[in-house]
Design a binder for this molecule. Structure first.
Ligand code: GLV
Ligand code: MG
Length: 324
C-alpha cells in the first residue's frame, strides 16, 4: 500500500438513485415511499426554463414537509454557466432544513467549479448555523470534466460521489448517438474466428473508457462511482445489462429515471446470496490459512490469497449495510 491512503467519503448506500423532476411535485411522495437508496430532486435538465423558479420552491417545500425516511436526499442544481445556479444553492440551503444530505453538481468541468460551490455552501452554512455539512455529488458529463476528473474528485472534502452522465457526455463529445446510455449497433468489430465470409460483427461497449476512468478517479479519492441514466425504460433487460457492466467495473449504483428501474438497480448493485456465501467462505478459509501461517490456499480448486480477503470484505460489508 502507498503511504497515501484515500480517505473514504461518508458511507451511504447508493445502489439506486432516483431522478425526480422538481417541477412535478405529484411524484415526490411516491419517490419518498420507493425503494430507492438515494433520491435527487432535479432543478436542472428535467425542468423547463419557465418552470425553474417554481421547481425551486417545490423542492424546498418537499425537503421540509415530506417524510423521506432513511433515504439519502439530494438536489441537482443548475450548471455553473447558468444564472439559476447561485439562487439554487442560496435558496435551497437557506430555506430547506437539515434533512437535505447532498447537492448534485451537473456538468462539472474543473476543480475550480467545485471550489466555487464549496465556498458558497460554507458561507451559507456558517451564516445560517446549519449543523450538517452538505456533501457533493458530481456529474461527469462533458469532455472537460472527463479530462479533469482526477482534480475534480480531489477538489473538496464535501465530495462523495462521481456520476457518469452518459446523455450529456455523448452530446459534449459529439458521439454519434441519440439514445441515453446503452450500446450502439454501429460500435463493434468484425471477427473472423473460422475464416468465414461474411465475418461476424461483435458489438463493443462505447462507454467502457468513460466508466472505467470514472471508477478509478472515484476510488482513488475515496468516492462512490455511480453509473448514470438508461433512457429506454421499456427495456428492463437492456437496463440490467448496462447496470451489470458498470457494477462489474466497480460502480456502486445506477440512476433510475423511472420507478421500474429502482428494484433492478438495487438487485444488480447488491451482492447476490451466492456472492455473499462465497465471500464468507473465502473469509473463513483465509482465517484458517492464516492460523496455519499460510498466505494463500485453494478454495474450490482456485487460488485465494490476502487480496481475496479485501474483495470478500467489500461484499460482506455491503451486505451488512443493506441489512442494517
Ligand atoms: C445526466 O445528466 C446525463 O446527461 O446523462
Ligand atoms: Mg446531464
Amino acid at each position: 500500500m502507498s503511504f497515501t491512503i484515500p480517505e473514504e467519503a461518508t458511507p451511504r448506500l447508493n445502489r439506486s438513485e432516483l431522478a425526480v423532476p422538481g417541477s412535478n411535485p405529484a411524484l415526490f411522495e411516491k419517490a419518498a415511499a420507493s425503494n430507492a437508496d438515494v433520491v435527487f430532486l432535479d432543478l436542472e435538465d428535467a425542468v423547463a426554463p419557465d418552470d425553474k423558479e417554481q421547481a425551486r420552491k417545490n423542492v424546498i417545500e418537499a425537503i421540509n414537509d415530506i417524510d423521506w425516511g432513511r433515504k439519502t436526499l439530494s438536489v441537482r442544481i443548475n450548471g455553473l454557466d447558468t444564472h439559476y445556479m447561485y439562487r439554487d444553492v442560496v435558496d435551497v440551503l437557506e430555506q430547506a432544513g437539515e434533512r437535505l444530505d447532498l447537492i448534485m453538481i451537473p456538468k462539472v468541468g474543473t476543480a475550480s467549479d467545485i471550489y466555487a460551490i464549496d465556498m458558497l455552501c460554507t458561507q451559507i452554512e456558517a451564516a445560517k448555523g446549519r449543523k450538517k455539512r452538505i456533501g457533493f455529488e458530481m456529474i461527469i458529463e462533458t469532455a472537460l470534466g472527463m479530462q479533469n476528473i482526477h482534480e475534480i474528485a480531489a477538489a473538496s472534502k464535501r465530495n462523495e460521489s462521481l456520476h457518469f452522465g452518459v446523455a450529456d457526455y455523448a452530446a459534449y463529445t459529439k458521439a454519434r448517438t441519440t439514445g441515453i446510455g446503452g450500446p450502439n449497433p454501429m460500435y463493434g468489430v468484425l471477427t473472423d474466428v473460422d475464416g468465414d465470409n461474411p465475418r461476424d460483427f461483435h458489438w463493443g461497449d462505447m462507454w467502457h473508457y468513460a466508466v472505467a476512468r470514472m471508477v478509478v478517479a472515484a476510488r482513488a479519492n475515496g468516492l462512490r462511482p455511480i453509473d448514470g441514466p438508461f433512457g429506454d425504460f421499456s427495456d428492463p433487460e437492456g437496463f440490467k445489462a448496462q447496470a451489470y457492466r458498470s457494477a462489474i467495473l466497480g460502480c456502486e449504483g445506477k440512476w433510475a429515471i423511472h420507478p421500474s428501474q429502482i428494484d433492478m438497480a438495487n438487485e444488480v448493485n447488491g451482492p447476490s446470496e451466492a456472492e455473499i456465501t462465497r465471500a464468507k467462505r473465502i473469509l473463513a478459509a483465509m482465517e484458517q490459512a492464516q492460523r496455519e501461517g499460510k498466505g494463500a490456499v485453494s478454495l474450490d480448486g482456485r487460488l485465494i490469497d490476502i487480496a481475496s480477503i479485501r474483495q470478500a470484505t467489500v461484499m460482506v460489508d455491503k451486505a451488512a449495510a443493506i441489512a442494517a
